[in-house]
Design a binder for this molecule. Structure first.
Ligand SMILES: CCCCCCCCCC(=O)SCCNC(=O)CCNC(=O)[C@H](O)C(C)(C)COP(=O)(O)OP(=O)(O)OC[C@H]1O[C@@H](n2cnc3c(N)ncnc32)[C@H](O)[C@@H]1OP(=O)(O)O
Length: 439
């Protein structure tokens, strides 16, 4: 039996939106008086229309040439752009899994739940559409901006299971603006027994670039309206400072703290062979797994089908692939079906070109109680020049049904991965549960 309370009549584009396709994707009743939703399938069409992206790969060079002429629409300083309010970028998107069963297949996993990787793709597209709504000009439909995902700051899941047969609502708005970057907050809710209940909260950072995606471009300032919006904006400022502090303290730049060094040394002592007492002879403690033995790898050939509106690989696709490898890694390690509980600090360091070979490498880097912290590293290789570059690092926190083994690093590099995993775990889970949180 379907757990669906929606009857559908018609989708209507929100009045804020002037670009995009017509209202053709079916209908939903409005949950809020006088409000209308965008169908999830319309989001990408709207994005294509906003940047004038071609739908045929064979036209992509010409489409990019045409975008060059939009360069003259860029302003020289941010103050030349009209300020916006938070509500100006507010969007609601409906993913009608309950009322439109024909779209379910794409979202379904073998456990008859929703594939989280598909949700990551939808969040990424929605985040970009929200930013285009914030920066929209009243006088023209096509935007000179190329808006790309720079960071998935955080995704907190409030529910383990997302039902494949209940309508989903995604909402979001810009919450903070810098000079060329925008923080976006998004929420996902699912319809049960006639009411929408929260499933996840997400914070992304998007960056605006010129029409050719070569240089940064200014975005409209954000003027908070009222105490609630001011709080959101202040939180955005704090988030930016936190990110800078986290990056400054990165173990790739700075030595571990005294407490962290103690953790590493304790683990080292715990693995010494008591018979030989040598630095080289290491023994795996009980109920433990060497970090090296938790790795899974994958390869993607970056076909044009996975391109975004700027003819690079779509960030949501990268996230889905990394997430699914990360899930498989947690599943193989934990021996039971894991649930994702948090995603944090996915940094898009450089674009992935069409035609690249994308190498994904996942490993469990930290565990605690039932939690499994997985890190996925992605790098591209140019098949001709054979140059390799890191494009992303993904951090996923999974929860297993049962207590999992300890992870033990053997080398100094692995010890840094362990500490980095612990930092991400603490940031994602302990801060959410409170320091004495329910682990
Ligand atoms: C057709 C169907 C699909 C439709 C989907 C449409 C959605 C499309 C969305 C995507 O798919 S985008 C693809 C995934 N993302 C990328 O490929 C981005 C790859 N990364 C980059 O290109 C650069 O690293 C990036 C542009 C993000 C930053 O470049 P820089 O490091 O040179 O940035 P810069 O120093 O110029 O700083 C520019 C702004 O970005 C901010 N910034 C840069 N990196 C950041 C970061 N990691 N976190 C937060 N903010 C960041 C920085 O603070 C600054 O903000 P403000 O101007 O407001 O001060």
């Amino acid at each position: 039996m379907l757990r669906v309370a929606c009857q559908t009549t018609q989708f209507i584009s929100r009045s804020l939106m002037t670009t995009g396709t017509s209202h053709s994707k079916g209908q939903l009743p409005d949950m809020k008086e006088g409000n209308t939703f965008i169908h999830v399938n319309d989001v990408r069409d709207r994005l294509r229309a906003i940047v004038g992206a071609s739908t045929n790969w064979s036209d992509h060079v010409q489409a990019m040439e045409e975008r060059k002429s939009l360069q003259s629409l860029l302003v020289n300083k941010q103050e030349d752009l009209p300020p916006r309010k938070i509500k100006d970028s507010y969007i609601e998107v409906m993913l009608p899994l309950g009322s439109q069963p024909q779209i379910r297949e794409k979202y379904l996993n073998v456990y008859n739940n929703v594939r989280f990787g598909r949700i990551l793709e939808d969040l990424d597209s929605l985040g970009v559409l929200i930013c285009y709504t914030h920066t929209k000009s009243d006088s023209r439909q096509t935007s000179p901006l190329s808006i790309v995902t720079a960071l998935v700051d955080k995704i907190d899941l409030r529910k383990h299971l997302i039902y494949p047969d209940c309508d989903i609502k995604l909402t979001g708005h810009v919450s903070w603006v810098g000079k060329t970057s925008m923080e976006v907050k998004m929420h996902m809710l699912q319809l049960h027994d006639g009411a929408f209940s929260p499933v996840l909260d997400a914070t992304f950072v998007m960056v605006a670039r010129d029409p050719e995606n070569k240089r940064p471009a200014f975005v409209n300032p954000l003027i908070p309206d009222g105490p609630e919006e001011e709080n959101l904006f202040k939180q955005g400022e704090l988030n930016k400072m936190r990110r800078v502090a986290f990056s400054t303290a990165s173990l790739l730049k700075t030595a571990p703290t005294a407490d962290e060094r103690q953790v590493v040394h304790d683990m080292f002592l715990n693995t010494l062979d008591q018979r030989t007492v040598s630095f080289r002879s290491r023994v795996l403690p009980s109920n433990s797994v060497w970090m090296e033995d938790t790795k899974l790898k994958g390869l993607e050939i970056c076909h044009p089908q996975e391109r975004n509106i700027f003819n690079r690989i779509f960030g949501g696709f990268l996230m889905r692939k990394a997430y699914e490898l990360g899930w498989a890694t947690a599943c193989s390690f934990g021996g039971s079906r894991p649930y994702v509980v948090a995603v944090d600090d996915i940094m898009f360091q450089r674009p992935v070109e069409i035609g690249s070979l994308l190498f994904l490498s996942a490993q469990v880097c930290y565990t605690e109680s039932k939690y499994i912290q997985v890190r996925v590293h992605s790098e591209v290789s140019d098949p001709i020049t054979r140059e390799h570059h890191t494009t992303n690092i993904f951090h996923f926190t999974f929860m297993s049904d049962k207590e999992v083994c300890h992870i033990v690093p053997q080398t100094y590099g692995e010890s840094m991965l362990y500490l980095d995993g612990k930092r991400h775990f603490d940031a994602a889970i302990k801060s959410r549960n409170g320091q004495n949180g329910s682990l």
